[in-house]
Design a protein around this ligand. Structure first.
Ligand code: FUL
Length: 452
C-alpha cells in the first residue's frame, strides 16, 4: 500500500565521498615516524644530518604490518619525508635521500600490499634541507615529488600534508602553491584522502592529545582558507562547524610515546591510556591515527607491539557482546523506516525518523547491566544530530542517565561511544534525539565493559 511505503530520507548538508566513508570506517590506523631523527634523538632535524646517519640495522617493514594487523589497524602512514627533508626513497628531486639499496618506501609499500594493509604517506612540505626552499622553484619540486611518489609507489590511501611551515636552509619561508598541490593529487589519485589542517579529505583535529572536540562535527567551512593560511583556530578544528560548508572529518593523530620519533629513554602509553584515547577519538566521531615509531633496528619495539595487541584485545573484549540484540525497538515519533534496523550490523540499513526531534524506545529481552552505549548516525546521508538524551526505566519511572563526561551527549556522527557513570541495570532504554534534520541511525548497541 502506497501509504506504508517509507520515503527514502533526503540527504542533508555536505556528504562524505565513498573514499571518505571507507576511510572513516577504518577507525584506527597506524602512523610511523621514521627517519634520521630516529638515530639522532631529535624531533625536528635541521636538514644537515649526514645521509648515512640513517642506518636501520635490520629493517623489517613486514613486522610493522604484522603488528598493525594484530592491533586491528587497516592502514599505515609512513613519514616518507619529515621536516629535515630526508627522503626515505631515492628521489630524483633531492640529494638528501636513502641509497637505491635502502628504498624504505618500496619495502614499506610492498609489505603493506602483501599483508593486506593500506599504505599512506606523510611528505612534509616544510623542508629544512632543500636549497630551493623559499623560492618558486620549490613549488615545482614539491609537486614533482608528489607525482614521483604517487606514480611509483601508489596507489596510496592517504597523503599527509603537515601544517608546520618554517624556514628553509636559506632562511626563507615558502609560499606554498596549494591549489597546484591539490590539483596534482586529484589528477594522480582522486581517491586519496588528503590530510591537512583544513582537508579536503580529512582535517587535523587541532591537538595532539588524542581527542576530538565536543561537540564534534565532520563539517567545516573552509572558504578563504588554505592549509597554511587563514585557517580556523585549533579549537575550531577540534569541534568543526555546525552547518559547515564541506565534509572534512577529524583525524586524531597522537603518539604512543611522548615523542613522534623513537627515543631509547621514552616509554609507551598503557592500555588504559590508549582506551581513553580510543573513547575520545573513535568514540567521538574521529579516526584515530596512532603513532608507533620504529626503532633504530627498523622494527617496532616489543614494548609497543605488546601494548598494541593488548589494546586490541581490550576493545574486542568490551565490544564482544551487544546486549541490545534481541530487543524490541519502536519509534515513539512517527517513523518512516523500521526502528529495529538499528540493531543489525549491516552498514547500509537504518532507521530514519520523520521529524527533527525523535524518540526511540528499546525494550531489552531481559534486565541487562551495561555501562556503554554506542550510537552511529548513517553519515552517507549527512551528520544531523546535535544532541541525544539517554533515559532508562528504573522500575518506578523513566529517568535520564548521567554519563561520565556529559549530562547530555552532544553530536553523534559516524560513531559516538557514551560511557555511563556506573554500570546500570534496566530492561528499557529511551533515546531522545534533537537534530538539524530528521535523524538517520544505522546502529545502536550496548555493552558491559566490566564483563569478562
Ligand atoms: C607536526 C610535526 O611538526 C611533528 O614533528 C609530527 O610530524 C606531527 C605529526 O605533526 O606538525
Amino acid at each position: 500500500m502506497a501509504c506504508c511505503v517509507a520515503p527514502e530520507p533526503e540527504p542533508f548538508g555536505p556528504l562524505p565521498t565513498d573514499a571518505q566513508l571507507a576511510w572513516q570506517r577504518m577507525e584506527v590506523n597506524m602512523f610511523c615516524h621514521f627517519g634520521p631523527n630516529t638515530f639522532s634523538g631529535a624531533e625536528w632535524g635541521d636538514g644537515s644530518e649526514p645521509d648515512d646517519l640513517f642506518r636501520p640495522r635490520a629493517l623489517d617493514c613486514r613486522q610493522w604490518v604484522d603488528v598493525a594487523r594484530q592491533a586491528g589497524m587497516g592502514g599505515i602512514i609512513l613519514t616518507a619525508k619529515h621536516h629535515d627533508g630526508f627522503c626515505l626513497w631515492p628521489s630524483a628531486f633531492s640529494t638528501h635521500t636513502v641509497a637505491d639499496t635502502l628504498d624504505v618506501l618500496r619495502a614499506f609499500t610492498d609489505a603493506c600490499r602483501e599483508g593486506g594493509v593500506r599504505p599512506g604517506v606523510y611528505i612534509s612540505p616544510w623542508d629544512r634541507n632543500h636549497p630551493a626552499y623559499g623560492t618558486d622553484a620549490y613549488n615545482d619540486i614539491f609537486a614533482n615529488t608528489l607525482r614521483e611518489v604517487h606514480t611509483q609507489y601508489g596507489p596510496l590511501f592517504e597523503q599527509w600534508f603537515d601544517g608546520a611551515c618554517g624556514e628553509g636552509p636559506n632562511g626563507k619561508r615558502q609560499r606554498y602553491d596549494w591549489p597546484r598541490f591539490m590539483q596534482t593529487m586529484s589528477d594522480l589519485n582522486p581517491q586519496c584522502i588528503l590530510f591537512s589542517d583544513i582537508g579536503p579529505g580529512c582535517r587535523w583535529v587541532g591537538n595532539e592529545e588524542g581527542r576530538t572536540g565536543d561537540p564534534c562535527w565532520s563539517t567545516l567551512t573552509t572558504e578563504g582558507a588554505t592549509p597554511s593560511e587563514n585557517k580556523p583556530e585549533p579549537s575550531v578544528l577540534e569541534t568543526g562547524h555546525q552547518g559547515g560548508s564541506h565534509w572534512v572529518p577529524p583525524e586524531v593523530d597522537v603518539s604512543i610515546r611522548p615523542g613522534w620519533f623513537w627515543h631509547p629513554d621514552e616509554h609507551t602509553k598503557t592500555v588504559d591510556e590508549l582506551m581513553e584515547i580510543y573513547y575520545n577519538s573513535v568514540g567521538r566521531n574521529g579516526l584515530l591515527l596512532l603513532n608507533v615509531p620504529p626503532d633504530t633496528a627498523g622494527r617496532i619495539s616489543a614494548e609497543d607491539s605488546t601494548v598494541l595487541v593488548a589494546f586490541r584485545n581490550e576493545r574486542d573484549r568490551i565490544f564482544a557482546h551487544d546486549l541490545a540484540q534481541g530487543a524490541k525497538v519502536s519509534a515513539l515519533s512517527r517513523s518512516g523506516h523500521k526502528a529495529k534496523s538499528v540493531l543489525d550490523t549491516a552498514y547500509h540499513t537504518y532507521w530514519a525518523a520523520m521529524g527533527k526531534n525523535a524518540e526511540l524506545d528499546m525494550k531489552l529481552d531481559s534486565i541487562r547491566e551495561f555501562d556503554i552505549v554506542v550510537i552511529q548516525e548513517y553519515i552517507p546521508l549527512g551528520q544531523r544530530i546535535t544532541n541525544v538524551q539517554l533515559s532508562i526505566d528504573e522500575g518506578d519511572g523513566i529517568y535520564p542517565c548521567t554519563t561520565a563526561d556529559y549530562p547530555l551527549c552532544t553530536t553523534v556522527g559516524y560513531k559516538r561511544i557514551i560511557r555511563l557513570d556506573s554500570p546500570t541495570r534496566t530492561d528499557r532504554l529511551v533515546f531522545t534525539f534533537h537534530a538539524l534534520a530528521p535523524p538517520v541511525i544505522n546502529r545502536i548497541a550496548i555493552y558491559n565493559s566490566k564483563a569478562q
